[in-house]
Design a protein around this ligand. Structure first.
Ligand SMILES: Cc1cc2nc3c(=O)[nH]c(=O)nc-3n(C[C@H](O)[C@H](O)[C@H](O)COP(=O)(O)O)c2cc1C
Length: 450
């Protein structure tokens, strides 16, 4: 039985009854995306009949934290330790002779739009986009494998453009381009939660080999096979691999495209990839991610490691949450055990500094459920006073993914210390409690209630 990549994930999702199967014919233009959006991108769906020839697609796979935790056999309490452990104890991967992804190898007359149901999502999107593809490159300096999700605009036939927001990857390409050299790439589709999570670790920060992080996360070596036309290794059990080169000296207009926060990103020239070889399994499952919401959970989970470790240096941090409403990037909540008057403010300083994209940071006590927006509202309205507890920093670094930033090309930051005081009239903050409330078994009173 397969233990790695998408087919093993679908088996697990079937067993846990988390997978919806759509037998109905669905168009990759708008209809497929609309169905994923209907479920808020949190429900894994296997589409069995997309466009022509009953093409198969899967989407909404990793849009829920709970599903990722279940698939990786972790929970919200041990996740940060598990993610840090993979970083400090990476494991070697395993190169195998052959694998199912090599079942079909196409080298001529490649038209990606005919081979796969590449979706168009939003009305004003410039084209069809591959949104779940993991770009694989090898770092020329240390041979480390560098994986990351990038969006790929379909330009017709074997051509894609790629949006690279990461400075390191773009600089590596620009270095090669100066020498008129191409960058060899592979795009991987049909992967599992471990592969996704590994791809989201920051390369700039850790400089790690993400295949080794992946192996550590799954606690067994990631099985890899050689590509046909580029000097790269790719997962033996994934669904589809597109091999090619980011070509020097070429740019194509990319966008507009409906982005993470539900606005259209602007049109800009971006590098072009020419695909030379396509490898795929028999009856390949084309992986889709609703742009760019669902897999961003994974990005947020990695940010939480960085936020947690930063806060741990200065305060007694209990948990952190980079929230969904803030696109898993712009808004964070931390719970702390307060020992000193200044702990709340110091947590804000440390939190807002950990990542240039974070805009808002709320710090609460450990009795507040940081995953419940109502609890956060409750803490802010009952434990904070704006003139003392709200801190505004004007015009710092921000993110172009967030349109209010583009107005002044900088971002204001706000930190809210919603922790209760530890000196003075502290009994004013005692929460009401009903003895025995937590042990109540409601089915005893209403046996049919769900
Ligand atoms: C669903 C999803 C879509 C993403 N799309 C892009 C993208 O189009 N361009 C980009 O530069 N980064 C994108 N990212 C972020 C990168 O994948 C992420 O920053 C990277 O994997 C971490 O490596 P880094 O060190 O290069 O930042 C996306 C992330 C996710 C989860």
């Amino acid at each position: 039985m397969e233990t790695q990549m998408l087919r093993s994930t679908l088996d697990k999702l079937r067993k846990s009854e988390d997978l919806l199967i759509c037998e109905q014919k669905v168009s990759s233009e708008y209809e497929l995306g609309a169905i994923l959006k209907y479920f808020n991108n949190k429900k894994p769906v296997l589409f069995k009949n997309v466009d022509r020839n009953n093409m198969i697609a899967a989407g909404g796979l990793y849009g829920s934290r709970e599903i990722i935790f279940n698939l990786m056999q972790m929970d919200k309490h041990n996740r940060i330790d598990r993610f840090i452990n993979a970083l400090i104890n990476p494991m070697d991967f395993n190169v195998v002779e052959d694998g199912p992804v090599r079942e079909n190898i196409i080298k001529h007359n490649i038209d990606l739009g005919k081979l796969f149901p590449i979706p168009k999502f939003n009305e004003k999107d410039s084209a069809r986009y591959i949104t779940a593809g993991v770009l694989v490159v090898k770092d020329a300096k240390n041979n480390n494998y560098y994986t990351s999700i990038r969006r790929f605009q379909y330009l017709g036939s074997n051509k894609l453009s790629v949006l690279i927001a990461s400075k390191k990857l773009m600089n590596d390409f620009l270095e090669l381009e100066k020498q008129n050299r191409a960058m060899e790439v592979a795009i991987v589709l049909g992967y599992d939660a471990e592969f996704l999570m590994a791809s989201q670790y920051s390369t700039d920060l850790y400089g790690v080999d993400k295949y080794k992080i992946d192996s550590a996360l799954r606690n067994e070596p990631l099985k890899l096979v050689k590509c046909e036309s580029v000097d790269l290794l790719v997962p033996a059990y994934c669904e589809i691999v597109l091999e090619g080169k980011i070509v020097p000296g070429k740019r194509e207009l990319e966008g507009p495209f409906g982005e993470l926060m539900g606005y259209y990103g602007m049109q800009k020239p971006q590098p072009v990839i020419e695909i030379q070889t396509v490898m795929h399994r028999d009856n390949p499952i084309f992986q889709v991610a609703f742009p760019c919401r669902e897999e961003h959970v994974s990005n947020g989970l990695v940010r939480e490691i960085e936020l947690f470790t930063n806060l741990k240096k200065v305060v007694d941090v209990k948990d952190v949450y980079v929230t969904e409403g803030g696109g898993y990037r712009f808004n964070a909540v931390a719970s702390i055990k307060k020992h000193n008057i200044g702990d709340g403010k110091s947590a804000i300083l440390s939190g807002l500094g950990f990542n240039s994209e974070l805009k808002q940071m709320v710090v609460v006590d450990e009795d507040v459920n940081i995953y419940d927006p109502q609890e956060i509202e409750w803490a802010i309205t009952t434990r904070a006073q704006a003139s003392d507890d709200f801190t505004i920093i004007k015009s710092a670094l921000g993110s172009a993914l967030e349109p209010s930033h583009t107005i002044k090309n900088a971002s204001d930051k706000i930190g809210i210390d919603a922790t209760k005081p530890i000196v003075g009239d502290t009994e004013r903050f005692e929460r009401t409690q009903i003895p025995g409330y937590n042990d109540i078994d409601i089915k005893k009173y209403f046996p049919t209630i769900k």
